[in-house]
Design a protein around this ligand. Structure first.
Ligand code: GAR
Length: 215
């Protein structure tokens, strides 16, 4: 399976994916990492794994559409089986998304459809949720939405800050993203309408927060 990864920043999810591939846990290769930010540390991470990188500068393009046409053409040159958004913080145009239907996945630091958009961890904290988490999903035209492949739930604790909660969620992002990509590479993720099912996966753990004492 050939993968193109799109990033904007730190690249810790990218690194988790590259590490899993390097360790032989996922049978795939990343042929290109693209960033819309010149100084993303994720580009350095890609280089340290020997992966070609490309910075595509949004300021060269007069419109989002123009950027996305160029971006799509560059991705297609790689003939990827999967395009992975790993902290790519640009909204993609409908025309872009249409071209990669069922081949484009994203990770979001909340249990979607809760807390879509920016600062999802802070949104969950401010709302007073008792749980949040992260979601890997196929990308559709709705922002941070689309068929869910896998979610991880983490508790929100009384003394959490945005940072402590983000770190707790990130630990699981680094586990569920490589896992989702592995399932896709094994052709085990079946999309049915807006739902997906993972063949031969175990389902069904129930979290409660605060812990129940009497029932
Ligand atoms: C991650 O927390 C990811 O879930 C989030 O950006 C961060 C990127 O971190 N993505 C979104 O909020 C998408 N809406 P990373 O660059 O270290 O992987």
């Amino acid at each position: 399976m050939n993968i193109v990864v799109l990033i904007s920043g730190r690249g810790t999810n990218l690194e988790a994916i590259l590490k899993a591939i390097k360790e032989g846990k996922i049978n795939a290769r990343v042929s290109l990492v693209i960033s819309d930010k010149k100084d993303s540390s994720g580009l350095k991470i890609a280089e340290s794994y020997g992966i070609p990188t490309k910075f595509i500068d949004p300021s060269f393009f007069a419109s989002r559409k123009g950027y996305d046409i160029y971006l799509a053409a560059r991705i297609k040159k790689e003939n990827p089986d999967l395009v992975v958004l790993a902290g790519f913080m640009r909204i993609l145009s409908d025309e872009f998304i249409e071209q990669f239907e069922n081949k484009l996945i994203n990770i979001h630091p909340s249990l979607i459809p809760s807390f879509q958009g920016l600062k999802a961890q802070k949104q969950a904290l401010d709302y007073g949720s008792k749980f949040s988490g992260c979601t890997v999903h196929y990308v559709t035209k709705e922002l941070d939405n689309g068929p869910i492949i896998v979610q991880a739930v983490v508790p929100i604790l009384p003394d959490d800050t945005e940072e402590t909660l983000s770190n707790r969620i990130l630990e699981y992002e680094h586990r569920i993203y490589p896992q989702a990509i592995k399932w896709i590479s094994e052709n085990r993720v079946k999309i049915e309408g807006r739902k997906t099912f993972v063949e031969n996966a175990k389902y069904g753990t129930i979290p409660v927060n605060p812990d129940l004492e009497d029932f």
